[in-house]
Design a protein around this ligand. Sequence first.
Ligand code: ADP
Length: 280
Amino acid sequence: MIILKLGGSILTNKNSKKAEVNYTNLNRIANEIKNALINKGMDNFINNNSSDQGLVIIHGAGSYGHPPAKKYEIGKNFNNDEYPKKRIGFSKTQICVKKLNTIICDILVNHGLPCVSIQASSFITTKNKRINNFNLDSIEKYIDEGFIPVIYGDVVLDDELKVAVLSGDQILQYIAINLNLSSKSNKKEVILGTDVNGVYTKNPKKYDDAKHIPVLTSLDDIDELDSTTNIDVTGGMIGKIKELLELAEIGIESKIINANEHGAILDALNNKNIKGTKIK
Ligand code: ADP
């Protein structure tokens, strides 16, 4: 099973106040995914050959999701008289991330990848921001039928907070742990593409003396726990690492790579050794 997360920082201009897709990256990455699948003999997605591998793509919300979620403070406690406004904020955020997902799926499909969009807000719930209800049946069925499910960071109903933001990184963690298909190899390849060369001792965009960490085994490896330089509402790099360390604890390794680098997604999918950070 390949579980590929494409960060909002790669697919959108994340620091923009306006929702903006990075079409150059999106088209290039769609092409890299397609070529990698052909190289890996996973061209069942394109031709009708059989493969014991499956692929799930997860993407972040970038400049589509974070600004409305921040504006309406989705995931923060609120009084009941504020609920009408909160509901509107939830709806607006849901529409924004859905628009981004439609653009992404459209381009992936135009590259010959049979994507199917999966909307977290329509069936996943959380309790205090952690997934407590996520039925994987339809994702499993789509993979069995040769599709590539594409699921993304979204707003969801929360048993305690009423509404919350669910990050693509948490979705990735849940899927990596719980998706086990009898028809496919369950060796998990977990790859996250973001806009830096993996994890550093400090935020490399702020500190010139930040040192690259090739293998990360604990949050203690990081000197400054600075989440992100942009408008992320889900914990940025630190949120990502926490999810991945939980995966590492149960023996599932993951790799964070720089998807701004041409060919990085292609090489990572082809198991080539490229610069990045392994979380193990
Ligand atoms: P994505 O949208 O791709 O999921 P994020 O914006 O959540 O990615 O996280 C990537 C950002 O995290 C980088 O642009 C970087 O500025 C920031 N960051 C903060 N601390 C670190 C760190 N210790 N190592 C690497 N990046 C970090």
